[in-house]
Design a protein around this ligand. Structure first.
Ligand code: PLP
Length: 360
């Protein structure tokens, strides 16, 4: 059925176009472009009715299964504008493949990666004037799949929507590339092995909000999650993967089922190895991290994710004790990785890893 997935394009009327927000006040995820991609799936017809259409509401039955049992998965990636109006996406196929990994775990239908990628390119190109041009600002892309069959049974749905919306977002570090303060929680956990921590499904984020709220109340930016069984091993930071630089070695927790396999994480590992930096994917306990902080061997800590790319950590608070990392400064490797990844994403330097897809 994927073979005959034709894409119709229904452009917005010129007088219905949304006025673009000023580029210096974009924030994150507050504004949406003029068009979206939408396709539907049902058991009899597979994916069908693929279209690019004006951004807008769709109606759903109050019994739509996603609203009750949370069968919802999503992705996050970006489009960038380089010199001469060139348009790039960073590893988009990896995002769509990861969405299929999520779909499998959530008993949702797989998407046809090639066709969706084509639709995605057409969508970004159509709304290309929405890609910000100021330094660091980008177009954030959010593919989403939800169960829309109206029924109250807990089982795979017979109908789904897949859609892609896009949001111009401001530079993550508008006020400079500065370290964040992280709250280590041993009260809440994010995911367990055997669960859904390794998939981008809505419920993971709903379950994380309370811990983040407590961190914010205490004056911290994000939560550092420990493993659910022993509350001992480091897993992730907020919705980012985490790296530690100890004795010139880069350490990041292995993908064991409870951690999301970030595309930025993978890119950092490849990039660091290409610079002859030793990267070790291994379990690391919070006690080891704190011991390394105290004996001076902990050089840097940073998070990785599409939104911020690299997010340096300047302070960890664990069991009410504060630990300052690298005197609260941004580490040199964090800075180097951030600059190189951003330059690759903007098409400013060579792309030896073939991560960039040029679409216009
Ligand atoms: C999306 C996400 C990441 C980062 O993945 P990227 O592909 O690098 O954006 C890390 N952890 C969680 C929990 C996530 O949802």
């Amino acid at each position: 059925m994927w073979q005959d997935l034709d894409l119709t394009v229904n452009k917005i009327a010129p007088d219905k176009r949304t006025e673009k927000p000023p580029q210096d006040a974009l924030g994150f995820g507050d504004h949406f472009t003029d068009h979206m991609f939408l396709m539907k799936w049902d058991r009899d017809n597979g994916w069908h009715d693929a279209e690019i259409c004006p951004y807008g509401d769709f109606s759903m039955d109050p019994a739509a299964m996603v609203l009750h049992y949370g069968q919802a998965i999503f992705e996050g990636l970006k489009a960038y504008k380089g010199e001469n109006e060139q348009i790039f996406m960073f590893r988009p196929e990896d995002n769509l493949e990861r969405m299929n990994t999520s779909a499998l775990r959530m008993c949702m239908p797989r998407i046809p990666v090639d066709k969706v990628l084509k639709g995605l390119k057409a969508l970004v190109y159509l709304d290309r004037d929405w890609i910000p041009t100021v330094d660091g600002a980008t177009l954030y892309i959010r593919p989403t799949m939800i169960a829309v069959e109206p029924a109250l049974g807990v089982r795979p749905a017979g109908q789904y929507y897949f859609y892609v919306i896009m949001s111009p977002v401001g530079a993550y570090y508008a006020e400079g590339f500065s370290p964040t303060k992280i709250w280590v929680t041993d009260k809440y956990v994010r995911a367990v092995k055997g669960g859904v921590g390794h998939v981008k499904t809505a419920g993971n984020y709903a379950a994380s909000i309370m811990a983040a709220e407590e961190a914010h109340k205490a004056g911290y930016t994000q939560v550092l999650w420990l493993d659910a069984c022993e509350r001992k091993y480091v897993e992730e930071v907020g919705t980012s993967n985490i790296f530690f630089r100890i004795n010139d070695e880069l350490i990041t927790p292995p993908l064991g089922g409870s951690i999301l396999g970030g595309i930025t994480r993978d890119s950092v590992i490849e990039l660091a190895r290409s610079w002859d930096i030793k990267v070790n994917e291994k379990q690391i306990s919070i006690d080891e991290v704190i011991a390394a902080c105290e004996d001076g061997s902990l050089q840097e800590v940073f998070g990785t994710g599409t939104a911020a790319v690299i997010s340096p950590v300047g302070e960890l608070c664990y069991q009410e004790k504060k630990h300052i990392i690298a005197e609260g400064n941004t580490g040199e490797l964090s800075k180097r990785l951030f600059e190189e990844l951003q330059a690759i994403q903007n098409g400013k330097v060579a792309d030896p890893f073939k991560w960039i897809l040029r679409i216009g």
